[in-house]
Design a protein around this ligand. Structure first.
Ligand code: SAH
Length: 425
């Protein structure tokens, strides 16, 4: 979501004629986009922000902008006071303050057309109008914010309540992205499978997937992240039936112990999650399933953690994003539960799951050895071309040709836990 937000602001500025630089000391404007989902992310954001202070001291003309969850949807007066060298503060997904700020700096005679352009750019939202920064795989947010309020999660407070975007707007943006060369769209939402539930006269995710599938030139559609409780049979059916929708589902479990799941306010049990995985696998053969897990949530005993370990061991999921619990400001768990699992123990549990998952994924990937997979190539990385299989596995091949945006058959001749190597056939 943050990548999509960063792309949005970069494209907005690009459309208005600003150029990108990789050298911060050369920049006339620096915008720092921030994530605060865990304490480590917030520490990193603050570290980066502090590193900009000397640049501003050297060059008072430099414009510094801060956006994202560090700021939050409601603004953050304490932060503004603490960082007076920041010129502009903006909520997640909102480029408007930057554009309005620039508007006021523009020469009088240019200002009329500028103002019109700014209005246009804001109206285009996530769609691409600039010729720069196009990618084969584009992120397209379809649900902003979140209203679920998992006990540990700061996102609802920082990104605001759940808002599904207008389907017509999404379809129009998708058209623009495909016209600019996108072959794959990744639909984004904190609980993406709830898409449309809050809309009056809207459509739900299965129908949106069907309508997006009609776009000529679009090869692949993915969506993330799903919540187990909203993964309906009709959504699973849509993934099974629509050829452009890839057999890859990100559906976080977070924990394996029912008591912990209850305290986390997730709304399902271990049994229900296992049943869901079985249902998905039954209906979509060869599907890959990803999950997120938090270890060391308050009150997680060794026996409770064992439930998570067993779940991951039994289900053999294709991806597991692991995190150690950290209390976040004003969340339910930070207010009412003590962060009582020691840091070393969190690390031990994290490592145990990491080792397990590495073994499982290595074994799963070995099955691809000698097989031919259809790969969508995204870009060159070092000396190789990087692409993904339908199930989102990373594949690297060597080729003298530009493979960007091409869908090619690849024979896999090496597999590891995190990527596959192969040759074009
Ligand atoms: N709504 C999305 C994104 C949530 S943030 C989703 O459900 O996937 C991504 C992951 O960060 C979450 O799934 C969770 O595993 C983790 N996370 C969120 N809050 C956390 C916290 N306070 N401590 C540790 N990990 C956390």
């Amino acid at each position: 979501m943050n990548v999509a937000d960063s792309d949005r602001i970069a494209r907005a500025l690009g459309t208005l004629g600003l150029e990108e630089t990789n050298d911060a000391s050369q920049a006339g404007m620096i915008i720092l986009n921030t994530c605060v989902v865990r304490q480590s992310a917030e520490d990193r954001a603050l570290g980066r922000l502090n590193s900009l202070r000397p640049l501003k001291q050297q060059n008072p003309e430099l414009v510094i902008g801060l956006m994202g969850c560090l700021v939050g949807i409601k603004g953050n007066p304490a932060l503004e006071k603490r960082y007076p060298f920041v010129d502009i503060f903006a909520a997640p997904s909102d480029p408007e303050p930057f554009l309005r700020f620039l508007e006021n700096r523009i020469e009088i005679e240019a200002s009329e057309s500028w103002r019109r352009q700014v209005d246009e750019v804001l109206d285009q939202e996530f769609a691409v109008t600039t010729d720069a920064r196009h990618t084969v795989s584009e992120n397209l947010p379809i649900v902003l914010g979140c209203s679920h309020a998992c006990a540990y999660c700061v996102i609802p407070a920082r990104r605001g309540k759940e808002r599904s975007r207008d389907p017509e707007k999404i379809l129009a943006e998708a058209q623009v992205m495909v016209a600019h060369g996108a072959k794959e769209l990744v639909l984004l939402g904190q609980i993406v499978d709830r898409y449309g539930i809050d809309l009056i006269n809207g459509i739900l995710l299965p129908e949106l997937l069907a309508r997006l599938s009609e776009i000529d030139g679009l090869e692949r559609i993915r969506f993330l992240t799903s919540h187990p409780s909203w993964m309906t049979d009709s959504l699973i059916e849509a993934v099974a039936e629509l050829p452009k929708v890839m057999p890859h589902i990100e559906v976080p479990v977070q924990a394996g112990d029912d008591e912990i799941l209850l305290q986390m306010r997730r709304g399902y049990t271990n049994r229900e999650y296992r049943d869901l995985v079985a249902r998905i696998r039954d209906r979509i053969p060869g599907v890959s399933i990803g999950t997120d897990i938090i270890v060391g949530f308050p009150g997680e005993s060794p026996a409770a953690f064992e439930e998570t370990y067993k779940l991951l061991e039994d289900l053999r999921l294709d991806v597991a994003h692991l995190a150690r619990y950290s209390p976040r400001p004003n969340t339910y768990s930070s207010k009412f539960f003590e962060d009582d699992v020691p840091a070393e123990e969190k690390m031990r549990r994290f490592r145990a799951l990491e080792d397990l998952q590495k073994r499982v994924v290595s074994e799963i990937n070995q099955q691809f050895l000698g097989q031919t997979q259809q790969v969508l190539f995204e870009a060159k990385q070092k000396e190789r071309w990087r692409g993904r299989t339908s199930t989102n596995r990373l594949v690297f091949v060597e080729s003298a040709n530009d493979l960007t945006g091409q869908l090619r058959n690849v024979k896999i001749n090496w597999t590891g836990p995190w990527s596959l190597l192969g040759t074009l056939t």
